[in-house]
Ligand binder design. Structure first.
Ligand code: SAM
Ligand code: SF4
Length: 363
């Protein structure tokens, strides 16, 4: 098979995986080492781009992986499949009261693993120090507006104060920088791009804008409404100078820029950095190193996959580590070329949005 990224081989997704080594290799030569593990599908916010107002039919508790099950799957990933980074996500991971124990258990079993969390930060104020003590290394917080009213409109919950308190607590606990993820919605918070950046720079946080992807629970996504990375960059450049970050991008989804005051030369120290994640307009699928596991233990090789591979059922039925690892390899072998399909792109009329919303996958 070819190891050139993004170049299709002739091997069919349906054919079983040939012997291409022990790692999570797919048909296009990509190797996944970056695991996203959803620990819960529930959330305490209802962001319009992610969930319907009424929420979702939540998984029953019996279907959520326990602390030991989460730890075992991560250990299989690390010991047998080459997983090197783990991000815990959801739904909202802080909705799990045993999140600190999940972190501690994984950290104890896999001390070398880089361990991070994506959260909306509601309730983080009282838990950030405990998460740090449990072994968490990094935190990303999602925050789309600095105005209480707009925040409440976007998330359908009036909780901006809690989020800001959570970010402060994370910094006090030693998480630096806290990365901030923002999604802009046209005519709602798209005027806030440069205010969000000014705020992030002042607080020493690193901001990344994510283009709105068709993974909303309401299935109302429309390409013409997406505030794209080029537009966001132009908005930021009305107030800041942006220069491509000379650091190697690697498999990182964000294109990073150094930020300087307008008119400053390259010899002026940067105020900080900003990232643009162009998931819709310039997808980074060819360099993707992700493998995702949902809260009920299903591997999704891509956010936009229509196929899922259950690991929890064999795990609960007593399968050994190698059998589970092999199923995980098969799941990743079938990873589509880009955005859930080998042939159809996100903006094509033939594109079919997956049934799962972002919250039910683990973003
Ligand atoms: N609840 C946590 C949070 O909001 O950070 C973790 C899960 S959330 C699904 C993970 C990330 O996905 C958040 O940064 C959120 O903004 C992003 N997200 C959710 N739906 C999205 C969509 N349709 N397009 C782009 N990003 C989305
Ligand atoms: Fe909840 Fe995160 Fe989805 Fe917002 S983006 S509804 S906080 S899971």
């Amino acid at each position: 098979m070819s190891l050139d990224l993004g170049i299709p081989t002739t091997v069919s997704a349906k054919s079983s995986r040939p012997d291409v080594g022990p790692g999570l290799v797919d048909r296009f030569g990509r190797v996944a080492s970056d695991m996203r593990l959803s620990v819960i599908d529930k959330c305490n916010l209802r962001c319009t781009y992610c969930m319907p107002a009424e929420g979702m039919p939540w998984l029953p508790k019996s279907m959520l992986m326990t602390i030991d099950e989460n730890t075992r799957l991560v250990a299989i990933g690390v010991d047998l499949l080459g997983v090197r980074e783990l991000r815990l996500t959801g739904g909202e991971p802080l909705v799990r009261h045993d999140l600190e124990e999940i972190v501690a258990s994984i950290h104890e079993r896999c001390p070398e693993l880089s361990l991070s969390l994506t959260t909306n930060a509601v309730g983080l104020a009282s838990r950030a120090a405990k998460l740090k003590a449990a072994g968490l290394e990094r935190i990303n917080v999602s925050l789309d507006s600095l105005h209480p009213g707009i925040f409440a409109q976007l998330t359908r919950r009036p909780m901006l104060d809690q989020v800001l308190a959570g970010i402060d607590a994370a910094k006090e606990a030693g998480f630096r920088p806290v990365k901030i993820n923002a999604v802009l919605q046209r005519d709602i918070n798209d005027h806030e791009a440069s205010d969000l950046l000014a705020w992030a720079l002042a607080g020493g946080n690193e901001l990344r804008f994510i283009e709105h992807m068709p993974l909303d629970g309401d299935h109302r996504w429309n390409r013409t409404r997406v505030v794209d990375a080029a537009e966001i960059r132009a908005a930021l450049e009305t107030r800041f100078r942006l220069d491509p970050d000379p650091a190697e991008r690697g498999g990182a989804p964000a294109e990073r820029f150094e930020v300087r005051p307008p008119g400053a030369g390259l010899d002026t120290p940067a105020l900080g950095r900003v990232g643009l994640i162009s998931s819709v307009t310039e997808p980074f699928c060819a360099a993707c190193t992700r493998t995702r596991v949902t809260a009920e233990g299903r591997v999704m090789s891509c956010l936009f996959s229509h196929e899922e591979f259950d690991l929890l059922e064999p795990l609960r039925a007593g399968a050994d580590d190698e059998a589970i690892a092999q199923r995980w390899r098969e799941a990743m072998w079938a990873k589509p070329r880009a955005h859930g399909s080998d042939t159809v792109g996100l903006t094509s009329p033939e594109y079919v949005q997956p049934e799962r919303s972002m919250s039910a996958i683990g973003g």
